[in-house]
Design a protein around this ligand. Structure first.
Ligand SMILES: Cc1cc2nc3c(=O)[nH]c(=O)nc-3n(C[C@H](O)[C@H](O)[C@H](O)COP(=O)(O)O)c2cc1C
Length: 330
């Protein structure tokens, strides 16, 4: 049971924090598609304190996406504590501490997964954040730094002792990055040593993976990152699969294309046109996956930096697909 603050959920399905992905538009979309809890991109504590504009913008949240967590990261004690207080003023539903980022410039400077090199320090920092904020504090981490230092059981206990309300575990080591299998077998072991909700993350790319993660680990929630970029309907499908044992409605061509356009409009409403349209290119592969001749359409879409031509190309493509079911239905 996922029970923190005012949030009470059975088998929670969460959208993971992702830099350059989980800003307001994508969070809003995933919420509409069934995500129970969504998170901001990680927000740098030093940038927050310096009142860096770009960093502060990452704190923005909207009412429609609740419950939402703001995730902060950093390796230095005081700035992290101060950043948590700044984040609290934005009134999220929870504050999440990143103790899992593997990227060199973060982890080798003692932030993100770098915090796993010194569990007592991580514990002290998180304990102080719990003390100074009134919101539930959660932590997202990895099983360890490398295969020789899998300290997750100790870390989980230490963090529960200082009052965190839930723990998300990306079941890989820092050294694995995003490669190799996520080892979910750690989750039942963690659940044996702590009583707080434990969320499993890593390697969940379909609703069937999500169900398997619940079944195999007994986790209180599953958290999905890359699987949501590729297929944001994964939240709705997971809910359907858990509730009914099957997925009621597979995504059809029309829904794929109309959702892509809606998502792009959300991005355009939120950002200046080019800043919305160019980064949106990373979503085309997922939205058009398996559709007839989609690589050619993607190449066409990549040429544009405005919303209108993209809408025209996609709506014509949809028309074509609907009128040529015999050749396009594969
Ligand atoms: C583009 C991208 C950005 C990410 N940014 C963050 C982040 O800001 N904070 C964080 O805790 N994890 C971040 N992650 C890691 C994911 O939240 C997640 O732990 C990881 O991708 C494993 O889950 P998956 O197998 O479902 O992708 C990021 C991952 C990706 C692919």
């Amino acid at each position: 049971m996922f029970d923190i603050g005012n949030i009470k959920l059975d088998k929670a399905v969460l959208l993971a924090p992702m830099e350059d992905v989980t800003a307001v538009p994508f969070r809003k979309l995933c919420k509409e598609l069934g995500a129970d809890i969504v998170y901001t991109e990680f927000v740098n504590s030093d940038g927050l304190i310096r009142a860096n504009q770009k960093t502060r913008k990452k704190l923005e949240i909207t009412e429609t996406e609740r419950p939402v967590g703001i995730q902060i990261y950093g390796g230095n004690f005081e700035p992290m504590v101060e950043a948590a207080q700044i984040a609290e003023k934005e009134n999220p539903d929870l504050i999440d501490i990143n103790a899992g980022c593997w990227v060199k410039k973060v982890a080798t400077r003692g932030a993100g997964a770098g915090l796993l090199k010194d569990p007592p320090y991580l514990q002290k920092m998180v304990g102080e954040i719990v003390k100074v904020t009134n919101l539930p504090v959660t932590v997202k981490t990895r099983i360890g730094w490398d295969d020789n230092s899998i300290l997750i059981l100790e870390v989980a206990k230490r963090l529960e002792d200082v009052g965190i309300k839930a723990l998300t575990v990306h079941c890989r080591t820092r050294c694995q990055g995003h490669h190799g299998d996520a080892d979910w077998s750690w989750i039942p072991k963690i659940k044996e040593v702590v009583n707080i909700p434990v969320i499993v993350n890593g390697g969940i790319f379909t609703a069937y993976d999500a169900k398997r993660a619940f079944d195999e680990t007994g986790a209180d929630g599953v958290m999905i990152a890359r699987g949501a970029i590729d297929h944001p309907w994964i939240f709705r499908e997971t809910k359907e699969l858990l509730a009914n044992g099957y997925i009621k409605k597979e995504v059809d061509v029309e829904e794929r294309i109309l959702t892509a356009l809606k998502h792009l409009r959300y991005e355009v409403e939120y950002k200046e046109m080019r800043r919305a349209v160019i980064p949106f290119r990373k979503y085309y592969t997922g939205y058009l996956k398996g559709l007839y001749n989609s690589s050619k359409i993607r190449q066409e879409l990549m040429k544009h930096e405005e919303y209108e031509p993209i809408e025209i190309i996609l709506m014509e493509y949809l028309e074509f697909l609907k009128n040529n079911v015999e050749i396009t239905d594969n």
